[in-house]
Write a protein that binds this ligand. Structure first.
Ligand code: DC
Length: 486
């Protein structure tokens, strides 16, 4: 919309730095859209300073600026063009309640801009989260060939979210306006500690400071309806009037960092992509299969009969299983202080691990340890039962799979790389099938696709493509503002 500020500059830098589907050429569009203002709003006075905008865009790395006139966008006038209605469910909530027609104007123009520019990616600030959600649905419903990427809200050092409208504030008003981010931050902090807060007293506190509260609500972050407290995280959103200036702000409320669960059958490529995805997002990587393998290795080393429950329990009581992340993002596996990272990959361990993993005492011990590792979130865990049993509240659950042929081929490459003898393809297929059957038919936490998991069939996809697909899925579930900073 123009009136570019530091926040826009950061958004441009973010777009320029993204290694999304194609190398980025960043076009900044500047168009003060009259269709999204209603007659009582500030369309005429909305900040316009193209010269300054160009300077800031260029300094932030933009390759081009496109500042069309109304006629460039709607040649022949608005009445000779289609106009859209934004979905009522999303657009009547929050800002929509006091700005009838606002989101219709937004989507009408955005659709037109997308058609004229044909971008690969569209970068939008998450500050206008409701607008972001509505445009996301526009893209989905009309199947527009553009990827939407949200950019976290940028704040000044006092915490005020950058907005073109901030320049309307005089210094006394600016001071007053800071009460909004302050109070939202307080609520977000309380939530992170597992404590509650009360929106009624927050509103009255803001009013006492001389602000008019249009709304301040805790809502479902995707439906924008009052929270049913069932969501994994919620959105605390507010709009206020500070003097004549309308400001909006929000915080996503969550009491831990996000969790990603990646499950799937043997040889579906989970370890490689999970490791890469975790590295990309700065999340902890947890290979739970390695834990079952380590226990199997110890059982074999100590020649324990797995039918001897007493001996198993004794072994589990004194077990010291550690997963250490090396600076390269690799996972080192130590059991009773012995580094077993490579030995747990041997065919001998592979052959028995599914049988060992079906034992309830072993599953209970390892599941408890996995939950402890992931209690604060910030983790990508892979295995067979992560989404269905270990972390049923994970924000994203992926069921990664591939055809048996593809998996056998991958296994052969893996074994060769690790210096093990490679069986012929048909024996490999048989072994994989046997493990699938054992894992899927065991009584406790069998290998299943959790009902809310996204299935990803990876035949013919390279590792980067799989990682990119998982990143896209994550983006749809977790706002960029909740992504850990790598
Ligand atoms: O992914 P992998 O091949 O390293 O896993 C080894 C075995 O461990 C697998 O056959 C089944 C078991 N496993 C499990 O039962 N539950 C998990 N969460 C992870 C692995």
């Amino acid at each position: 919309m123009g009136g570019l500020h530091y926040g826009h500059g950061e958004l441009i830098k973010f777009a320029k730095g993204q290694k999304v589907s194609a190398p980025s050429t960043v076009l900044v569009s500047i168009f003060v859209n009259p269709l999204q203002f209603n007659p009582t709003e500030d369309f005429k006075n909305y900040p316009r300073n193209l010269e300054e905008d160009c300077k800031l865009a260029k300094a932030s790395g933009a390759d081009a600026i496109w500042a069309p006139s109304f006629n460039d966008v709607f040649n022949g006038g608005i009445d000779s063009h289609f106009q859209l209605l934004a979905p009522a469910q999303l657009s009547k909530e929050l800002c929509g309640a006091s700005r009838p027609g606002h989101f219709d104007g937004v989507v009408t123009v955005i659709l037109r801009l997308i058609h004229l520019v044909k971008p690969n990616c569209l970068f939008l600030g998450e500050k206008d989260w409701q607008q972001y959600l509505i445009i996301r649905q526009l893209i989905k419903d009309l199947q527009l060939p553009v990827e939407l990427i949200g950019v976290p809200t940028i704040r000044d050092k006092d915490g005020l979210a950058y907005s073109s409208r901030n320049q309307y504030l005089n210094s006394a008003e600016k001071k007053k306006a800071l009460e909004l981010p302050k109070i939202l931050e307080k609520a977000a902090f309380a939530t992170s500690l597992g404590q509650g807060f009360d929106t009624a007293s927050m509103k009255s506190e803001l009013r006492k400071k001389g602000l008019i509260v249009e709304y301040l609500e805790v809502v479902d972050p995707f439906l924008l309806k009052p929270s049913r407290k069932k969501e994994k995280f919620t959105l605390l959103a507010a709009a206020i009037l500070c003097g004549e200036t309308r400001l909006i702000d929000h915080r996503f409320l969550m009491n831990r960092k996000p969790i990603v669960a990646i499950d799937g059958p043997a040889g579906s490529g989970k370890s490689t992509v999970t490791k890469k995805f975790a590295e990309k997002l700065g999340l902890l990587y947890l290979d739970t299969g390695a834990m079952y393998r380590a226990v199997t290795w110890l059982i074999q080393k100590n020649r324990i009969d797995i039918k001897d429950r007493e001996a198993l329990i004794k072994m589990l009581e004194s077990i010291d299983l550690k997963l250490q992340q090396t600076p390269k993002g690799e996972q080192k596996v130590l059991i009773n202080n012995e580094d077993v990272t490579s030995s747990i990959r041997s065919p001998k361990v592979t052959q028995q691990v599914s049988e060992v993993a079906a034992l309830s005492d072993i599953r209970n011990t390892l599941t408890a340890q996995q939950r402890l590792i992931g209690k604060d979130g910030g983790i990508v865990a892979e295995g067979r039962d992560i989404g269905s049993s270990v972390f049923p509240n994970a924000e994203l659950k992926v069921f990664l799979t591939a055809s048996i042929n593809e998996r056998a081929n991958r296994r052969a490459i893996d074994l060769k790389r690790q210096g093990f003898k490679v069986p012929d393809l048909s024996s490999l297929k048989r072994q994989i099938k046997e493990r699938d059957d054992l894992d899927a038919s065991r009584e406790i936490s069998p290998l299943v696709q959790a009902k809310d998991a996204e299935i990803l069939m990876t035949d013919g996809m390279c590792i980067e493509e799989v990682v990119e697909s998982i990143s896209r899925m994550f983006r749809l579930k977790v706002p960029e503002e909740l992504w850990p900073t790598p």
